[in-house]
Design a binder for this molecule. Structure first.
Ligand SMILES: Nc1ncnc2c1ncn2[C@@H]1O[C@H](COP(=O)(O)OP(=O)(O)O)[C@@H](O)[C@H]1O
Ligand SMILES: [Mg+2]
Length: 327
C-alpha cells in the first residue's frame, strides 16, 4: 500500500479515522443507530485510493473489533452483473461451512449463494436482479449484525457494474441502524448522476454520521513542499510554481513528474523549465499509452491511426487506416 505523505488531506483523513472510531465506540455503547457513510469524491489522481488505504489500514492495525469488506471496481469488469458485490462479499463468506452459510442466508440461500459465486449458477434464465439485490442486502446485514462492526470499502464506484452500484446506492439507505461504516470513492463526474444524488442525499439523511468530501487540487504551497522534500530544499520558486501550473495541482501528475525529475537528476531551478515541460509532456504521453494498452488492440489501432494522420479528426478515415469497421 502507498504510504507516502498526503498533502492537504488532513480533513478527509481525520474524517475517516473519526468515523471509524465513532462506529466502534457507538456499537460498544449499545447505540441503536451507529451506521455511517463516507464519500470521497474527486477526479482521477486526487488521492481517493490513498485515502481509502488509510482507512483500511486503521482496521488492519486493530483487528478483532471490526471486519473489513473491500472491493475495487475496474473498467474491464463493468459489464459483469454483480461483479463488485461478489468481490465485496465473497471473501468473508468463502470459508464458512455450507451449513452455516445456509443458516445465515435463510430463505435467500437459493438466490444469494449462486449470485455470490458460492455455488454454481442454475442453468436457465438468470435470477431476477431485484431478487438478487434483496438477497445481497440480507447477507450484508447478517454479516454486520453477526460479525460487525463492519467497514465496507468500495473504490472506483464509477466503474462498478450497474447492478452492483444500484444495489449499493440503495442499500446505504438501510444502514443507519446497522453497525457499519460504508466508505465509497468515485469520480463524481463519471458516476451516474442519479446515483451520485442518491448517495449525497443519504449523507444528509445520516446527519453527523454522513460525510462527503470533494477532493480539491493541491495548492502551489503543497506542490512546493513536495518538490522541496523530494528534490532538495534549494528548489527555486519559479521551478516549484511551474511544477504546479503544468500539473494543475493534480497530486498524481505532481508525484509522477517529481519521480521523473528525480530519475533524471534535473536541477530544480528556473533554467530547467524547458526540460521540465518536456518531461511533463512525456509522462502525459506515457500515461495515455498505458491506458490505451488496457483498452485493447482496436482502440490502440484507432489511436495510432489518428496520431499518424495528424489531421482534424475524421472517424471514417481513421477507421479505414486502422482497418476497423466504420459504423
Ligand atoms: N494529497 C496528496 N499528496 C501527495 N501525493 C498524493 C496526494 N494524493 C495522491 N497522491 C499520490 O498520487 C498518486 C495517485 O493517488 P491515488 O490515491 O491513486 O488517486 P485516485 O485514487 O484518486 O486516482 C499516488 O501515488 C499518491 O501517492
Ligand atoms: Mg484510485
Amino acid at each position: 500500500m502507498d504510504d507516502r505523505q498526503l498533502y492537504e488531506r488532513e480533513e478527509p483523513i481525520g474524517l475517516g479515522a473519526r468515523a471509524l472510531a465513532r462506529l466502534k465506540a457507538d456499537v460498544a455503547a449499545g447505540d441503536t443507530s451507529p451506521g455511517g457513510l463516507l464519500l470521497y469524491r474527486g477526479a482521477a489522481g486526487f488521492g481517493k485510493t490513498s485515502l481509502l488505504g488509510r482507512l483500511r489500514a486503521a482496521v488492519n492495525t486493530d483487528r478483532g473489533a471490526q471486519i473489513l469488506l473491500f472491493a475495487r471496481a475496474t473498467e474491464q469488469q463493468q459489464g459483469a452483473p454483480f461483479h463488485v458485490a461478489r468481490s465485496l462479499l465473497q471473501p468473508a463468506l468463502a470459508n464458512l461451512h455450507e451449513a452455516d452459510r445456509r443458516e445465515m442466508f435463510g430463505g435467500w440461500y437459493d438466490i444469494a449463494a449462486p449470485a455470490l459465486g458460492l455455488t454454481p449458477a442454475e442453468a436457465g434464465s438468470p435470477a431476477d436482479p431485484t431478487g438478487v439485490q434483496e438477497a445481497l442486502s440480507w447477507v450484508m446485514t447478517q454479516l454486520a449484525v453477526r460479525q460487525g462492526p463492519l467497514l465496507v470499502v468500495v473504490d472506483d464506484l464509477h466503474w462498478a457494474d450497474a447492478e452492483s452500484s444500484q444495489w449499493l446506492a440503495s442499500y446505504v439507505g438501510q444502514i443507519q441502524h446497522l453497525p457499519m461504516l460504508v466508505a465509497l470513492a468515485y469520480r463524481s463526474d463519471e458516476l451516474e448522476p442519479s446515483l451520485d444524488d442518491l448517495l449525497l442525499r443519504e449523507v444528509r439523511e445520516l446527519g453527523t454520521r454522513g460525510h462527503s468530501v470533494e477532493l480539491q487540487k493541491l495548492s502551489p504551497n503543497a506542490v512546493e513542499a513536495m518538490v522541496r522534500t523530494r528534490l532538495g530544499e534549494d528548489a527555486d520558486d519559479v521551478f516549484c510554481r511551474t511544477c504546479w501550473s503544468i500539473t494543475n495541482g493534480n497530486p498524481f501528475f505532481v508525484t509522477s513528474l517529481i519521480d521523473r525529475l528525480s530519475e533524471q537528476d534535473v536541477p530544480p531551478i528556473e533554467e530547467s523549465q524547458d526540460q521540465l515541460r518536456a518531461l511533463a509532456a512525456l509522462s502525459g504521453a506515457r500515461d495515455i499509452g498505458r491506458r490505451l494498452e488496457r483498452l485493447g488492440t482496436d482502440v490502440q489501432r484507432t489511436a495510432f491511426a489518428a496520431a499518424v494522420l495528424d489531421i482534424p479528426f475524421d472517424l471514417e478515415l481513421i477507421s479505414r487506416v486502422a482497418g476497423l469497421p466504420f459504423n
